[in-house]
Design a protein around this ligand. Structure first.
Ligand SMILES: CC(C)(COP(=O)(O)OP(=O)(O)OC[C@H]1O[C@@H](n2cnc3c(N)ncnc32)[C@H](O)[C@@H]1OP(=O)(O)O)[C@@H](O)C(=O)NCCC(=O)NCCS
Length: 258
């Protein structure tokens, strides 16, 4: 095809298509050049968080971008999925915590299933008799608020206690100071503001009891059996009984209807 003699001049003209494409390529190069170190930095920071947690707690399995502060405690077999943040949490044997959860100021028992996006122990701001709820007027924790004064008499968190064999559904919130009994279930999206009895299922906002998982007799017998304190070998030997509570209890020496 015959090229227009003015084409060369047009291509180098600032407003032309080619000049525009050249500019775009140049800018893309600049962004890539600047973006790469930023991405590497981000990666290193996120990786660094998980790396610190893995280094400090080598027996725990951590996913990507997790963090666990130096006040955490773990028993064996704990698994923490990606993006989860743990602070001052004590976590029992074989418990797992789903991705993108935030768990602080709490003790969690053994064999618990904590779903994704769960929030436990959110912290407290004063709600009665104060001029302002802003932490800068009382917080001793210096968590980002501009600090005008400290007032250690103001309570900033209350410990959460979660028993053994508790299942917390996705995106549930467990408020400060709440205790969940052994075997309890918290429904997805629930906001738990009050203590939950052992083997109760709660759901909703605020969470209310839906029903009990088992009969009173079975609950008492399971609490007595405390199977979560057995070693993994004994649990493995009896694992075939775990889907039938009546057979389980008969093997333990008592029937469900005793
Ligand atoms: C709470 C849960 C365990 C209930 O199980 P269930 O005992 O089989 O209860 P049912 O499905 O029979 O529902 C009973 C009632 O509770 C209601 N309900 C169930 N789950 C609810 C929830 N998360 N929030 C509010 N109400 C809920 C039901 O609508 C039903 O109400 P109705 O009696 O007025 O019809 C279950 O619904 C749940 O939330 N599971 C969590 C799932 C999850 O997050 N998985 C992530 C993996 S860790």
């Amino acid at each position: 095809m015959k090229r227009n003699s003015n084409q060369g001049a047009l291509d180098s003209c600032p407003g032309s298509k080619k000049a525009f494409a050249r500019k775009r390529r140049f800018l893309q190069g600049v962004f890539a050049f600047l973006g790469l170190p930023a991405a590497l930095l981000r990666l290193a920071r996120n990786e660094g968080r998980s790396r610190y947690a893995r280094w400090r707690y080598p027996k725990v399995i951590f996913g990507e971008n997790c963090s666990a502060d130096e006040h955490c405690k773990f028993e064996e077999g704990v698994c923490v999925f990606g993006g989860t943040v743990l602070a001052r949490a004590s976590i029992g044997r074989n418990t797992y915590i789903g991705c993108n959860s935030v768990v602080s100021y709490c003790e969690i028992g053994r064999f618990c299933s904590i779903g994704p996006g769960v929030r436990i122990g959110l912290g407290i701001h004063p709600t009665r008799g104060v001029v302002s709820t802003y932490p800068g007027f009382y917080s001793t924790r210096k968590i980002g608020a501009k600090g005008f004064r400290d007032d250690p008499t103001i309570v900033e968190y209350r410990h959460v206690t979660i028993g053994n064999d508790v299942w917390i559904g996705a995106n549930a919130l467990v408020m400060d100071g709440v205790a969940l009994g052994h075997g309890a279930i918290v429904g997805a999206g629930a906001v738990v503001t009050k203590d939950v009895e052992p083997y109760c299922i709660v759901a909703g906002v605020p969470a209310r009891t839906i029903r009990k998982r088992l009969s009173d007799y079975e609950v008492a017998a399971l609490l007595k059996a405390a199977w979560w304190d057995w070693d993994d070998k004994l649990i493995a030997d009896r694992a075939h009984l775990f889907s039938r509570v009546d057979e389980f209890l008969q093997t333990m020496g008592g029937g469900a209807s005793a």
